[in-house]
Design a protein around this ligand. Sequence first.
Ligand code: ZN
Length: 312
Amino acid sequence: MATFKKKFEISGHGIHSGKPVRMVIKPSSKPGIVFYRVDMNKKFKIPAIYSNVGETKMRNTTIGKMDSEHVQTIEHLMASLMLVGVDSAVVEIDGPETPILDGSAYEFMKKFLEVGVEGNKLKRIIVKKEIIVTSDEAKKNVHWFEKFKFWILNKLAGRDTRGFVKLLPNDGRGLNVSATLVYPEKIIGSQSFSYTFNETKKSRDVFMRDVAHARTFGKISEWDFLKKHGMAHGANEHNVIVLNAKGDGTLNQLYWKDEFVRHKVIDALGDMFTSGGIIVADMISWKGSHALNNLVLRKLFSDPNNYEIVEK
Ligand SMILES: [Zn+2]
């Protein structure tokens, strides 16, 4: 178990709500990343754990109950916590969504490294059997209206959303994420990227250099639709890559041609950290999603023969 050396604060605004939000992150002596909504009844404990992940339909990962205490868009924060090795902290937040900052993991990382970490290495969750989940399985529990809404949205964009996420045993090499995106938009097309985190400084430096800066993306033509449905109110050209209507260019500068898929790696790392430790496996994400990432963890933990936990 490891935590931060001192308490600190991060402020910004939510990408979906667009509202200002302030987080106070405190060291903790208990295992787990636990959120408290200080704008609500403070007694509500919202653990950032896979079994508490509610909705993933807003293209983000939400913990808690949507109609009551919850926190949205935890994935970039969670990825950064894993990368600095913090698995124990209290996050007091005064709104329903973490600050989006620069849309990537970079600003979280910078702050976390500045504050400093003390304690032991992360719990290792060693995958012993192949686990696979498909988008057809992920859709089973979604309300018909939500399915319909996203079918329309994907139809408009000409997108085929069938994908899968797979975890494979990998002889203890750490968490090796290989993500692939396939989009009809020319500027994205088909992109793949691999990154391995094994708790070494070297693997963290590679993350800072090649992955941390990657931002999420959205199409200018979808913004009206998203905004009407309570999404993307806080999205702007500083925290989102904005694709033009034709999908063959961007309105703001890309950091890398394949920044899109590099961001998917951040999302995958963040979602995997809702396991409470480092998933030791090769993770293959083919047109993956937050829903698939959550489902693969639920499947993994549904049978104790699938994994082994090693604590230091
Ligand atoms: Zn993301």
